[in-house]
Design a protein around this ligand. Structure first.
Ligand SMILES: *Cc1c(COP(=O)(O)O)cnc(C)c1O
Length: 417
């Protein structure tokens, strides 16, 4: 009998054969650089496949050669990760930036144009604005509130619309949770694509994936993650991932082989551990966040709360929210009444919630975007994005919701006076 297991049911066992590891229930760490071939003929055959010198025979898999090319921890991790996004394949990298820059380097060539949604993660923004032009790739950007017509106009105004190779988006945007419409961007990509030249759509799904949003189903070709965040989920590792469809993964993995930026066996093993609890962690975080958001919304020291669960119905953002996400997520930002002084007082008084950047982990984290993650932005850009001195960003963890709320309440308490 056939049965379709849910990803969460497969995270403990999928792709691992205990009989190959002395019957160990858990996949050991394959802390090895190279693998022994049984015979010279086998070595020859593995290399032929790995270097594309011949086609795979039915059911044949690339044999283990060398840990920059493949390693059991890496392969099992990628097979499990791909299940969440219903991707053809996944590739895991030593950081989110490594995953993102490898994708951009593989798909953008001299003369190409990339268009991206702003705000985007600072490292990505820097790579697009400062590195890509040095290899002859030009860029333009749009904002989450731009319409389809406006985005098309922005692309045409570059004079390079014929060379549009990629639309790169990040949604919800950090730190204010503004939404970008993934399927609308697919339409725009198709508008510019030709027979000879596809226009790829790449989505940074770090904030909502892989449990709450599946961009490949909404028209994305490539999905990138900082796996440091929800996927790793314990603030104890740095990693990144790419998911794809349409046969794009070979190109990504070939470039990864030559850049040598695959994740290490130890980090891959930690991520296998993390994936077992991914869904229950994210569900608990989202449940906690909904309670925290309700508390903040009614607090007299709080001016405004930015949280997907509070988007007004009948708005354009609400329609995108309903189409793209199956949860309001676990990221909350809010404007505190006052400015930097009040925000800092609040952050300094927190007892349970830690004052740190990063997000998506089991512990709740708070930070001040204007002076921390987004400090390098031009004042004009900060204003446009709503990154003001009164904005605080919180990533909600798996603690008891009442404890998180207690902590915020006591930290906000003397601000009202
Ligand atoms: C953290 C983050 C990145 C970068 O990932 P690293 O793992 O730190 O390299 C990229 N995009 C988003 C949305 C992030 O939050």
């Amino acid at each position: 009998m056939e049965h379709d297991f849910k990803p969460e049911s497969l995270m403990m066992t999928h792709g691992y054969k205990p009989e190959l590891s002395e019957g160990a229930i858990k996949c050991p760490i394959f802390q090895t650089s190279t693998f022994v071939f049984k015979t010279a003929e086998e070595g020859k055959s593995f290399f032929e496949l790995a270097y594309g010198l011949r086609e795979k025979e039915i059911g044949e898999e690339i044999g283990l050669i060398y840990s920059r090319i493949n390693n059991p921890n890496l392969e099992i991790l990628e097979n499990r990760l791909a299940l969440w996004d219903d991707a053809e394949d996944a590739a895991v990298f030593e950081s989110g930036m490594s995953a993102i820059s490898t994708v951009l380097l593989e798909f953008l060539k001299p003369g190409d144009l990339v268009v991206y949604s702003s705000p985007t993660y600072g490292g990505t923004d820097h790579f697009i604005q400062h590195f890509l032009p040095t290899i002859g790739v030009s860029f333009a950007f749009f904002h989450p509130d731009n319409t389809k017509e406006e985005i098309i106009e922005i692309i045409e105004a570059t004079g390079k619309a014929d060379s549009l190779q990629m639309i790169y988006i990040e949604t919800p945007a950090n730190p204010t949770n503004s939404l970008v419409d993934i399927s609308l961007c697919r339409e725009i990509a198709d508008h510019f694509a030709t027979e000879e030249k596809p226009t790829y759509l790449c989505v940074d799904n770090t904030y909502m994936g892989p449990v709450w949003c599946a961009p490949l189903k909404l028209g994305a070709d490539l999905v990138v993650y900082s796996a440091t965040k929800f996927i790793g989920g314990h603030s104890d590792l740095i990693a990144g991932a790419v998911m794809s469809k349409g046969g794009l993964m070979t190109r990504i993995k070939v470039l990864r082989t030559f850049l040598g930026n695959m994740v290490s066996p130890h980090t891959a093993w930690l991520m296998l551990r993390s994936l077992e609890t991914l869904k229950i962690r994210m569900e608990r975080q989202a449940q906690n966040a909904s309670e925290v958001a309700a508390f903040l919304e009614n607090h007299p020291a709080v001016e405004k709360v930015y949280y997907l669960g509070l988007i007004p119905e009948n708005s354009k953002a609400y329609a995108i929210y309903k189409k793209q996400y199956n949860s309001p997520g676990a990221m909350i930002s809010f404007d505190i009444k006052g400015g930097e002084k009040e925000a800092f007082q609040f952050l300094n008084k927190l007892k349970l919630i830690k004052l740190a950047v990063s997000l998506g982990s089991t512990e709740s984290l708070a930070q001040h975007p204007a002076t921390m993650t987004h400090c390098a932005l031009e004042p004009e850009q900060k204003k446009r994005m709503g990154v003001t001195e009164k904005l605080v960003r919180i990533s909600i963890g798996v603690e008891d919701a009442k404890d998180i709320i207690w902590d915020m309440e006591q930290a906000l308490a003397n601000l009202i006076s």
